[in-house]
Design a protein around this ligand. Structure first.
Ligand code: C2G
Length: 133
């Protein structure tokens, strides 16, 4: 039987336990995990601010994880189908904050949304650290 490739995407800025858990759960859905790490420019366009850690740093962190087999830079949300085809994704996994948003790639792979880990977020961590003064 051929190997099942899981593909997922994210910024993974200020890496935290919610990030590691979604990657671990994604990896369990197949034999190989490919991660698209969003470009700094994509973050600025999406969130109006650059990430705390730049894309080279975020790629370095994600590629060091034992559940991750391959990483690449995600330049645009609209290229999702192209990335899935290029990296041979059989299943796209996203956190459920994206529920329904990527159903349009369902013609080329399965699409699964996993529940987010409660009570932890990059924004919350940035605010917490800033409040420490
Ligand atoms: N996540 C989670 N639990 C949290 C926080 C995040 O499961 N408490 C998941 C998100 O649902 C996502 C992944 O961790 O699947 C990465 O989250 P972000 O870094 O916030 O990614 P985002 O900026 O949403 O970028 O193409 C889509 C984008 O690149 C996704």
């Amino acid at each position: 039987m051929s190997k099942r490739t899981v593909i997922t995407f994210g910024t993974f800025d200020v890496f935290h336990v919610g990030h590691v858990r979604v990657l671990q759960r994604a990896a369990e859905l197949g034999d190989r995990l490919v991660v698209g790490v969003s470009a700094d420019a994509l973050n600025i366009a999406k969130k109006g601010r650059p990430p705390v850690f730049n894309q080279e740093e975020r790629l370095e962190i994600i590629s060091a994880l034992k559940v991750v087999d391959e990483v690449f830079v995600e330049e645009s949300l609209e290229l999702k189908r192209d990335y899935i085809l290029r990296y041979g994704g059989d299943v796209l996994v996203m956190g459920d904050d994206w529920a329904g948003k990527f159903d349009w790639v369902g013609d080329v792979c399965d699409v699964v949304y996993l529940p987010r880990t409660p009570s932890v977020s990059t924004t919350g961590l940035i605010e917490h650290i800033a409040s420490l003064g």
